[in-house]
Design a protein. Structure first.
Ligand code: ZN
Ligand code: ZN
Length: 350
């Protein structure tokens, strides 16, 4: 066991504060990673405040981790000391169910083991995330960060990047397709960049007209203010694919009307109440409404390599760990372009 400086939520109602946690000694197939950067995801806030229920406290959030391998167990074959690596939303799964065998561990029948707010499969010990100076992970759940992506800008790819990449690939978005991205936050800005890099024609849909300039600067071809009178009617049947990143409640039926025949809308956000859905918007144009959750290890590696090849990275604001509580408040106010990333050196020195 290694005493490790971290920042933790002591309970659902308390701000995050320093805490020393214990990391297990690396086992045969484990790598010990010195964490350099950790992105701050909206789900960190949801779980630290127990908004989804079942949270384990104290909680060390963080599942957009980039670091350097500091030690490797005797049987580790994929990584060596000094390698720059990443850890995303999960650190283990059953490895035997159909999804695990297919490399889609996020849909494991026994449930993936979350990087934090989860329990180790063998010991039942709580897992602690990336708001800490080091982490120990089985090599099968570790990603290689390719050269060419600035490390602080690579961290959010481990959740926001794969969450948007996976559905774009799964549903076969191809050059020339018309893609709408609903919401321009941490997920939305990655969806714009990735869909453009895949050759799609991208339109950002947002309730705030002030985001037009940002959307175009990120590479979007067009912007649509959904508050504008008649916007939905004027754009009916326009898109092949809609990536819906919004987690505030909104009317799916209206957005479905923007799809072409055989178009697909995929939900990535989780509103806190169910949304009524009519059959007509689906039936009349053979449309599909789908959901998607992060991506498997193999696909996450593919995404990282794709990003390096196409010069795609997250737009980030780097903060020190002491600013984390303020960062949460700013995220809730939509005041970040587009991801906070913690420089973990601030936790090492502090
Ligand atoms: Zn996340
Ligand atoms: Zn499984």
């Amino acid at each position: 066991m290694t005493a490790t400086p971290a920042y933790a939520a002591p309970s659902a109602r308390a701000p995050l504060a320093p805490l020393t946690i214990e990391r297990r000694a690396p086992r045969e197939r484990d790598v010990l990673i010195d964490i350099l950067y950790c992105g701050v995801c909206h789900s960190d806030i949801h779980q630290a405040r127990d908004e989804w229920g079942g949270s384990i406290f104290p909680m060390v959030p963080g599942h957009e981790i980039v670091g350097r391998v500091a030690a490797a167990g005797a049987s580790v074959s994929k990584f060596a000391v000094g390698d720059v690596v990443g850890v995303g939303c999960f650190v283990d799964s059953c490895r035997e169910c159909p999804q695990c065998r297919a490399g889609e561990e996020q849909y494991c029948d026994q449930g993936m083991t979350g990087t934090y707010n989860g329990r180790e499969r063998d010991t039942g010990a709580p897992t602690y995330g990336g708001y800490s100076t080091r982490i120990v992970v089985d090599e099968d759940y570790v990603l290689r960060i390719p050269d060419g992506i600035p490390l602080e800008r690579a961290a959010p790819l481990l959740c926001a990047g794969i969450t948007t990449y996976s559905p774009l690939r799964h549903f076969g978005v191809k050059p020339g397709d018309t893609v709408a991205v609903v919401g321009l936050g941490g997920l939305g800005h990655m969806a714009v960049k990735l869909a453009r890099a895949m050759g799609a024609e991208v339109t950002v849909l947002s309730t705030s007209p002030a985001k037009r300039e940002d959307a175009l600067a990120l590479g979007a071809n067009d912007f649509l203010s959904t508050r504008e009178e008649g916007a939905f009617r004027a754009n009916a049947g326009r898109f092949d694919f809609i990536v819906d990143t919004v987690s505030a409640q909104h009317d799916y039926n209206a957005y479905l009307g923007l799809l072409k025949v055989d178009g697909t809308m995929v939900l990535l956000g989780v509103p806190d109440a169910p949304t009524p859905l009519g059959a007509f918007p689906l039936i009349g144009r053979r449309r599909r409404l789908a959901g998607s959750m992060i991506g498997g290890i193999r696909e996450t590696q593919e995404m990282l390599d794709f990003c390096a090849e196409h010069g795609v990275a997250s737009d980030v604001e780097v903060i020190g760990i002491a600013e984390i509580n303020q960062a949460y408040e700013r995220m809730l106010a939509g005041d970040v372009r587009y991801r906070f990333v913690i420089d973990i050196a601030s936790l090492r020195d502090g």
